[in-house]
Design a protein around this ligand. Structure first.
Ligand code: PLP
Length: 454
């Protein structure tokens, strides 16, 4: 039986009425990818307030690798609700915070003993990673990448690349942040071709030290193992070993931002493991808790302990319910082997997407690792002109036909997959059927498939 069930045109009348209230009461800047209000969610399925059933390929922006309301997560949170909800770890500690740190210390990539700090959001994690790196190295500068996204608070924004909508109008930003090109081979900033380029972009860091900022002034390089908001770009295998070798030689720390790529999405617990990236510090959030706000920084113990007592923390960081949820999530990922599941889903997508790429000029590139897969849409395969308007049309077609989908990319022309990894093969095929119809509709100007209300 089909999962998608459409009862009203989407958005339905209740969603539309709520949107009118929302428009009067909520700031305009808090954007929605879809105009649909949710009533409830389970696994990979959303039911909206009009009774429509949609498949979720957005997962609350990649937070639901274990699915909506995974039973073990709900049960763990429920048990915690009966004990206590908040004391602040900075006032009265509790065991679950320690247990999450122990677990992350054991599974996060990187050699030697590790320690962990828990905070509330991805942006707070990247901010704290910078504080820790500066405190340890006693150096000021941070190098980040073009097309990177590290959050919306001020330091995180300074390290983020995309100007609109993230940065424009919010200047000035904290100083001593420098951006260099990422290994985005489809749109190489140096107009080179892999592999003949021999990862020039990574080697160019040495040049940056001569022309932009002295190596001995740089505390850390912060990098997403796979670009998230920047369009699911996976660097070639030589990129990270080359980059980290240069950083080590100059005493510069490497911070891996695994906020979007972590927790099985890329077919391993962390994308670093698949890309030869050995970080000193790792930032995590999103799918760590299966839907509650919590983030973490884990890294080499000597680095993590550089700030003095009282220099790190916050009122809500490592909330007890979120800690219980995280312990349940980490258990589910291992027990249900979601890394293997991510790879299987990725394969299933790649097979079908290869046909789309062969068939339509619109599909410029199919790329990704594990289930962190994407399509880059272009107006011409020769010029690679970004098809941003067409990408919006694909996403709109999808939600109107029961598939929630979000876009990405500095040019807004990437369709990305962030579905819960617990969806069934049948749901995956059904969702890909909608995406295929959307691409056909936009690429060939085919009429939209009629939505047949049940
Ligand atoms: C790689 C990466 N870093 C940081 C962030 C910021 O996380 P948050 O929105 O929880 O502040 C995000 C969010 O999309 C992200 O994808």
């Amino acid at each position: 039986m089909a999962t998608i069930q459409i009862r009203t045109p989407i958005p339905g009348p209740r969603s539309q009425a709520l949107m009118r209230r929302r428009n009067a009461a909520v700031v305009e800047a808090a954007y929605h990818a879809t105009p649909v209000f949710v009533a409830k969610a389970d696994g990979a399925v959303i039911e909206d307030v009009d009774g429509n059933r949609l498949i979720d390929f957005a997962g609350g922006i990649g937070c639901l690798n274990v699915g909506h309301r995974a039973p073990a997560v709900v049960e763990a949170v429920r048990r915690q609700l009966d004990r206590f909800l908040h004391t602040s770890f900075n006032v009265l500690p509790y065991e679950s915070y320690v247990a999450v740190c122990e677990k992350l210390n054991a599974i996060v990539p990187g050699k030697g003993p590790k320690k962990t700090l828990l905070v509330n959001s991805g942006a707070e994690a990247t901010e704290n990673a910078v504080k820790i790196a500066r405190s340890y190295t006693r150096r000021p500068a941070i190098i980040a990448f073009e097309d990177a996204f590290h959050g919306r608070t001020y330091m995180a924004m300074a390290m983020t690349s995309k100007t609109h909508p993230y940065k424009a109008g919010f200047e000035p930003f904290p100083s001593d942040v420098y951006q260099i090109p990422y290994a985005y081979c489809y749109r190489c900033s140096y107009s080179m071709k892999y592999p003949s380029c021999e990862v020039f972009c990574a080697k160019h860091l040495e040049d940056t030290f001569k022309r932009v900022v002295a190596a001995e002034s740089v505390a850390a390089v912060i990098v997403e193992p796979i670009l998230g908001e920047g369009g699911f770009v996976t660097p070639p295998p030589e990129f990270f070993p080359t980059l980290t070798e240069i950083c080590r030689r100059h005493g510069i720390l490497v911070i891996a931002d695994e906020i979007q790529s972590g927790f099985a999405r890329a077919g391993a617990m962390f994308a670093c493991e698949r890309l030869g990236l050995e970080p000193d510090l790792v930032t995590m959030a999103k799918s760590l808790t299966g839907g509650l706000p919590m983030a973490a920084v884990t890294g080499r113990a000597d680095i993590m302990d550089a700030p003095a007592v009282g220099q790190l923390g916050g009122t809500f960081g490592g909330n007890p319910a979120a800690c219980e949820a995280a312990l349940a999530v980490l258990n589910i990922i291992e027990k249900e082997n979601l890394c293997a599941r991510a790879n299987a889903l990725g394969e299933r997508f790649r097979k079908r997407a290869a046909k789309w790429q062969a068939q339509w000029e619109l599909v410029g590139e199919v790329r990704g690792l594990g289930a962190m897969q994407a399509l880059e849409l272009v107006r011409s395969k020769t010029t690679c002109q970004p098809a941003d308007e067409e990408t919006k049309q694909v996403a709109q077609y999808c939600y109107e036909h029961g598939l929630l989908m979000i876009t990405a990319g500095s040019y807004g022309n990437v369709i990305r997959l962030l579905m819960p990894l617990v969806l069934t093969d049948e749901q995956m095929d059904e969702a890909m059927g909608v995406l295929e119809a959307a691409l056909a509709h936009v690429a060939e100007k085919k009429p939209a498939l009629a939505v047949q209300p049940v």
